[in-house]
Design a protein around this ligand. Structure first.
Ligand SMILES: [Fe+2]
Length: 217
């Protein structure tokens, strides 16, 4: 019987973006991933998977009968698993919580994922062999335009995991390109809206045009 109440309402999304906060961009920056948290309906299987297969330590736990931040009366057991740099993946098992509804489109189950870093391509392949040996369904290895080498699989909760290594040492320093691409994306949407064109079609055109840059030189 479900004993989790659902009286809380999600916060309202702002109707439009506020003007940027006037801070120096370097003044505040998150230092690392502290934790990414998901729901589990089987904490035993989750502990087994993250400690024995993923090699992560069961690092902390919390019991509570309400959510401290919101006050919602959702009882839970919360566990954290630690990775090599001290960052963690966390889970909540909440008594009586119904299974989540299926996503509206299969793309959600692919786009939503968390990527964990390996030291190099050899290590990605060692993960591949190790996970295969444990009977996991694996996708990859996939070379992403010589920026990453990745393999993909799911944990017992259906969370999509990626083990990846950057092949491009500057993979997270392509800021100029990212800014230009963002401008292209937003301009394309805005122009299509102004001209009464189909916005997804305009964006797909943009994607296909820009893909040319990834062709082998
Ligand atoms: Fe990814």
């Amino acid at each position: 019987m479900a004993n989790v109440q659902t009286k809380s309402k999600p916060p309202k999304a702002p109707s439009k973006l506020k003007a940027p906060v006037k801070l120096k961009t370097s003044a505040l920056i998150p230092k690392m991933l502290n934790h990414a948290a998901y729901v589990t309906h089987d904490v035993a299987a989750t502990v087994e998977f993250y400690t024995k297969i993923m090699g992560m330590e069961l690092a902390s736990s919390v019991f509570d009968d309400r959510i401290p931040s919101t006050g919602d009366p959702f009882p839970y057991f919360h566990v954290f698993f630690r990775m090599g740099d001290g960052s963690t993946i966390a889970f909540f098992e909440a008594p009586g919580l119904p299974e989540a509804a299926a996503p509206a489109h299969p793309a959600y189950a692919i786009f939503n994922h968390i990527a964990l870093q390996a030291d190099n391509a050899d290590e990605v392949m060692r993960w591949y062999a190790w996970l295969k040996q444990h009977g996991l369904d694996l996708v990859g290895p996939t070379n992403h335009a010589d920026e990453f080498l990745s393999i993909y699989f799911h944990d017992p909760n259906g969370v999509r995991l990626e083990i990846t290594t950057p092949l491009d040492p500057k993979w997270n320093r392509h800021t100029d390109r990212a800014r230009r691409d963002l401008e292209l994306w937003l301009d394309t949407k805005e122009r299509a809206r102004r001209e009464g064109r189909d916005i997804p079609a305009a964006l797909i055109e943009l994607i296909r045009r820009e893909r040319a840059r990834y062709q082998p030189r």
